[in-house]
Design a protein around this ligand. Structure first.
Ligand SMILES: Cc1cc2nc3c(=O)[nH]c(=O)nc-3n(C[C@H](O)[C@H](O)[C@H](O)COP(=O)(O)O)c2cc1C
Length: 359
């Protein structure tokens, strides 16, 4: 079990000053063209100030047609560089590791927000998304890589590929949504090809002073539990990533797949060989007690969503008093304002059940 208040190094690039990562959190605060707003800067830099070892942006689009929420951050053009550069510098002022989550919605992008057809690995009856041509898949790969290069230029320490939660890379990994008959579909190896090629391209283009992370889901979204264990092991032990952020929804639950009931989700993943990579776990780690319980299973770091919204300085509070009793949802909007959230973010959180207390 590691001391979460101690620094962590990554194989490449800057490490983390402690074992607390802010989960990527969509907040709808960006400007309409995807450039960073002052609200978004304030919300994130306040988390770095509160001593999160790694502060990451919300899911940020690598292509305009990947847009899934209004007010979503963009990293698809040089018009985004200025805001990104300011944000990286703001996080660095507090000694944090600054990261961007690279994203594309695929079949889950929002038609009304994009200028063009919905695109997915395969034709999707439910949404009407078109199957990407081979050229479109290669362009998507290249745009993920170009976005990483842009983040590197802006001064970020890493990017995290959003390959979880049923968005585009996850759609490629999933036999439920990927029915391609070219080299990007069919076998588990082919379904993972896009992910591997993006990782290799980022390594080659961003060099040694830059870390690479991937966020994965262990199950749901049509994913096969065994495939995901094998893929996670492969990318960690072959040096393709510096960290994996396993997004489990609930770290304490058992897998849905009845063939894998011997251990909890978290235990399955923490038992995998990690090579030189580090592993963080997240999903319903909401209290100091939850952090201590999960830390006993020896992840390299913990990933906090709700807890980071409710306490911008959760790492500091835990360092001062490991058993501190924090806030729980629902909370009033005044607390969220005090914690650096704008009205836009608070309005978005009102769409989540039992998050914001009605006054
Ligand atoms: C408001 C909100 C926005 C989120 N946005 C993202 C996102 O942009 N990217 C992502 O990978 N996960 C996103 N998630 C999932 C969180 O990163 C996290 O995995 C989830 O909330 C579970 O952790 P928690 O119980 O500590 O909150 C979001 C969750 C919430 C509540």
């Amino acid at each position: 079990m590691r001391n979460l208040n101690k620094p962590i190094s990554f194989k490449q690039g800057k490490g983390m000053k402690n074992g607390f990562m802010l989960a990527p959190l969509t907040n709808q605060q960006s400007n309409e063209d995807g450039t960073l707003s002052d609200d978004e800067y304030r919300w994130l830099v306040k988390r770095a100030e509160g001593n999160f070892g790694l502060t990451i942006t919300c899911a940020a689009n690598v292509q305009e047609v990947g847009k899934t929420w209004p007010g979503q951050l963009g990293v698809f053009g040089d018009q985004h560089l200025e805001g990104l550069t300011r944000l990286a510098a703001g996080i660095h002022q507090h000694g944090g590791h600054a990261s961007v989550q690279l994203f594309h919605g695929g079949r889950r992008a929002t038609r009304d927000l994009i200028n063009g057809p919905l695109q997915a690995p395969s034709f999707d009856r439910e949404t009407g998304a078109e199957a990407m041509s081979l050229e479109a898949v290669k362009a998507l790969r290249d745009d993920f890589i170009a976005a990483a290069v842009r983040c590197h230029r802006a001064g970020f320490d890493s990017v995290e590929l959003h390959a979880a939660h049923g968005f585009v890379i996850c759609q490629f990994l999933s036999p439920q949504f990927n029915h391609r008959d070219d080299e990007y579909g069919g076998t588990a190896e082919n379904r993972a090809r896009l992910l591997h090629e993006i990782l290799a391209g980022i390594r080659k283009s961003c060099g040694e002073d830059f870390a690479i992370g991937v966020r994965l889901s262990p199950e749901r979204h049509g994913l096969l539990f065994g495939d995901m264990l094998a893929l996670t092991t492969e990318i960690m032990t072959t040096g393709q990533v510096d960290f994996v952020d396993m997004s489990m929804r609930d770290v304490f639950k058992y897998p849905d797949d009845e063939n894998f009931q011997q251990k909890t989700l978290c235990q399955w993943y923490l038992d995998l060989p990690r090579g030189d990579a580090k592993m963080g776990v997240g999903g319903k780690i909401r209290t100091a007690e939850d952090v201590l319980r999960i830390n006993a299973l020896a992840p390299d770091f913990v990933v906090l969503g709700h807890a980071g919204i409710l306490h911008h300085n959760f790492p500091d509070l835990m360092a001062d008093s490991p058993g501190f009793v924090g806030r729980q949802t629902p909370v009033g909007p005044d607390i969220l304002r005090e914690e650096g959230l704008s009205e836009t973010f608070i309005t978005y959180l009102e769409t989540f059940p039992e998050f914001v207390a009605q006054s």
